[in-house]
Design a binder for this molecule. Structure first.
Ligand code: MN3
Length: 200
């Protein structure tokens, strides 16, 4: 089974004014679609055909640039659409407690995550990762790398991710990445993030 571009779980204009419709259309329909097509090309005819994306990434040969960039791009954007939404939902008590334990408070977490997103030089992602024991960490990865991949400097299950490639915000925010990071916190779906935390 080839990988398929998932539909957006909401309308392309659902995250306005924080993330504009045109950016969503291009980001999903062009960028994510491109990663999906190129991932399928990288996997076709290899022993990885039929493997899950999680298995491919956790066992990744980091020297395989096509698989690293497009497998990462495929996975990262699948997660990104799902952890956002027009409805903020509710954060679970378990995740609230884990955030307080790791960062002191939600504001402490937001500050650490925003700093990781702002400090990522060039293209990349900021992550909130959950470990098996429930502990949390914030980190950043370059390009389309993510915490499932070996030796990227952080690990665990990604439960929240923010795309800080310019293609994610340039139309609306130009060079104002901090404004985009602040806007992102208006469109996080905390029910979905809590669900990912529970199933880590
Ligand atoms: Mn992107």
């Amino acid at each position: 089974m080839a990988f398929e571009l998932p539909s957006l779980p909401y309308a392309a204009d659902a995250l306005e004014p924080h993330i504009d419709t045109r950016t969503m259309e291009i980001h999903h329909g062009k960028h994510h679609n491109g990663y999906t097509t190129k991932l399928n090309a990288a996997v076709e005819g290899t022993a990885l055909e039929g493997s899950s994306i999680d298995a491919i990434l956790s066992g990744l040969d980091m020297g395989n640039a096509a698989l690293r960039n497009n497998g990462g791009g495929y996975y990262n954007h699948c997660l990104f659409w799902e952890i956002m939404g027009p409805d903020a939902g509710e954060m679970s008590a378990e995740l609230t407690q884990a955030i307080d334990k790791a960062f002191g408070s939600f504001e402490g977490f937001k500050d650490a995550f925003s700093k990781a997103a702002a400090a990522q030089f060039g293209s990349g992602w900021a992550w909130l990762c959950a470990h098996d024991d429930g502990s949390l960490e914030v980190c950043g990865t370059p390009n389309q790398d993510n915490p499932l991949m070996p030796n990227v400097g952080c690990g665990g299950t990604p439960v929240l991710g923010l795309d800080v490639w310019e293609h994610a915000y340039y139309l609306n925010y130009q060079n104002r990445r901090p404004d985009y990071i602040e806007a992102f916190f208006h469109v996080v779906n905390w029910s979905e993030v809590s669900k990912r935390y529970a199933s880590r």
